[in-house]
Design a protein around this ligand. Sequence first.
Ligand SMILES: C[S@@+](CC[C@H](N)C(=O)[O-])C[C@H]1O[C@@H](n2cnc3c(N)ncnc32)[C@H](O)[C@@H]1O
Length: 427
Amino acid sequence: MDEIFGKENFRNEIVLKRGYVPKGMTNQYITGTDYLMFYGKNKERIFFIGSKRKIKEEERQWISLDMPGQRKTYELQVRYFFGKPWLPPKGQHWGLSQEKINEYEKKGWIRINPNRTYIDTQGNIVKGMPEYLKEPELLLDTNWTDIKSYETHNTFFQTENSEILLKRVIEGVSNEGDLVMDFFLGSGTTTAVAHKLKRKWIGVEMGEHFRTVVLRRMKKVLYYDKSGISKEKDVKERYNEKTAGGFFKYQILEQYEDTLDNIELKENQKAQELFKNEYLLKYFLNFETRESPYLLNIEMLKNPFAYKLKVNLNEVGEPQEMVIDIPETFNYLLGLKVKKIKVRNNGRKYLFILGEKQGRNIAVVWRKYDDNWGEDDFKKDKEFIIKELEPWEPHIVYVNGQSVLTPQNWEIRYIEPEFKKLMEVLS
Ligand SMILES: C[S@@+](CC[C@H](N)C(=O)[O-])C[C@H]1O[C@@H](n2cnc3c(N)ncnc32)[C@H](O)[C@@H]1O
């Protein structure tokens, strides 16, 4: 963490209560606590809307209501508690206005302490003394042992975080609509809680339990999951049977092994034998694999909707060919913030994407293109693209294959060279 965020961005070490007890007798104490490391990205202050916690009954502090300084008149001295007039002790006045007293009474924050007696302004000994509850919320410190940090039943991991812990974490450092990311999803508690708290989220998981645990859980959360923090009053207001819902996408990222499975050697098949040697592998790659899909086969972009790679989902056995979402990959490579997508048909399939980058509207056009197109095909293609894109008023238009598009007010760019350039930057 120090290496990634920088030592100077370390904020706190937070103490958690471990929720489970190991089986059997040991010669040690049971580990009762665990730690949460809190780092910032920089020194900027972040909002802490969740940085107060409700205090428990036994931690509540009752405070005397009388304060030094007697007021001049009876009217100024008197206050009504539970419908009866009370005068403060000699030399004192009541510290709250009548409105505050009424408000606090309704909340149950006022009580008469029968163990205290005092002498009122008339010189009478009075039994019982009004008190009020100090702010019922406390600023959060690093002791979080008041909540359970681990899930204790039906857990997938022994260290599965509780939803209530993630709620405190997420509310402390983000607002509704903010993005929450967890690179090691495990059972997916982070994304489940982020969704219930109306945050946006990204999760990453490499294990096979992505499908059986995380994906299933997130579908349930979108439908409505009544367990975990869904029972909390403040969550129910935001997340309930009526307000649940939303959408997410999930993607399988290309692995290094997939890349190796997709290397095609055209010019010197024998080089394959040399692959046992790592050094030669790298050495030969540039030259030998000019046409392999891993280096992006430009020919294949003529049909962008059928670009395939061999993918091995099971890590054993033979890889299968799967269609790759080339348009989406291009959006990511460009860093496009996608706003609209439309699929149209003009004798062939067209995909139009509108996005934004650095304040400029960028449109991307994908269609099945082939080398036999005649003048008419190009003309029809051009008219159709202009008709579909005009309302979007793009500044830049990317298009695959060839076209006779001439600038409207647009700057025309070709996808293939850009795609190749962006892929090379990555590799
Ligand atoms: C202990 S779990 C996290 C538990 C989680 N905090 C929870 O509350 O359920 C760690 C997870 O990280 C995953 N993981 C480990 N290395 C990874 C990597 N390089 N990329 C993606 N996931 C990874 C593991 O498969 C495991 O599911």
